[in-house]
Design a binder for this molecule. Structure first.
Ligand SMILES: C=C(O[C@@H]1C=C(C(=O)O)C=C[C@H]1O)C(=O)O
Length: 187
């Protein structure tokens, strides 16, 4: 898929659950990754496969089923060795954006995590999980990236507090990540 505005905004209604409320989580390695605290960027970089962020789009979106009215959204692919592993979608309420506009809107292809885990004003919060079947928009995005969906995909939504505000970061693991992580798990 060429990284164009056709892939932005993602816009899928997703049901997120507290991990405690989910009866079935994926096999060990994927559960470990979706529940891991700390920076996903740092965790991916540590694999030493050549990490990069590809920005799909950024901008203000109308308040749909988002929990925020008219948030600013950033959608990216996190890639290892040129292969997209994670589709990430960050929603920032304007009340937070106004306090941190230059840092957030000036990210470009720098990973958001480097800001969130270095600026002490951002407080990592709770994690929720969701699974995506092969009819989901995420599966369609994976197919557009020439990745074959062979089973449910998993993602997480993390909250980051900033004073009285909070932003959410959704990270959805693509088939390439599922395959690679399960291979590593068996190694
Ligand atoms: C929140 C983090 O930032 C990562 C980088 C993102 C970006 O650049 O937009 C989005 C989601 C994350 O996976 C992290 O590294 O944990």
């Amino acid at each position: 898929m060429s990284v164009t505005s056709l892939s932005f905004p993602y816009g899928e209604s997703i049901q997120w659950f507290s991990p405690d409320a989910v009866t079935y989580l994926p096999d060990g390695s994927m559960t470990e990754w979706i529940l891991a605290p700390g920076s996903l960027t740092a965790r991916l970089k540590a694999l030493g496969l050549g990490f990069e962020v590809r920005v799909l789009g950024e901008g203000f979106i109308a308040a749909g089923d988002e929990q925020m009215s008219a948030p600013w959204v950033r959608e990216v692919l996190l890639c290892l060795g040129g292969i997209p592993w994670v589709f990430a979608r960050t929603l920032v309420p304007t009340s937070l954006l106004n306090q941190c506009q230059a840092e957030l809107m000036g990210l470009g292809d720098k990973p958001l995590g480097e800001l969130l885990f270095s600026d002490p004003r951002f407080i990592p919060g709770r994690i929720e999980v969701a699974s995506f079947n092969n009819c989901s928009r995420l599966a369609q995005l994976a197919a557009s990236l020439s990745q074959t969906v062979t089973g449910p995909l998993w993602g997480r939504r993390r909250y980051f507090g900033f004073g009285h505000d909070e932003l959410t970061v959704c990270e959805m693991f693509l088939p390439a990540a599922v395959t690679a992580l399960s291979d590593r798990n068996q190694a």
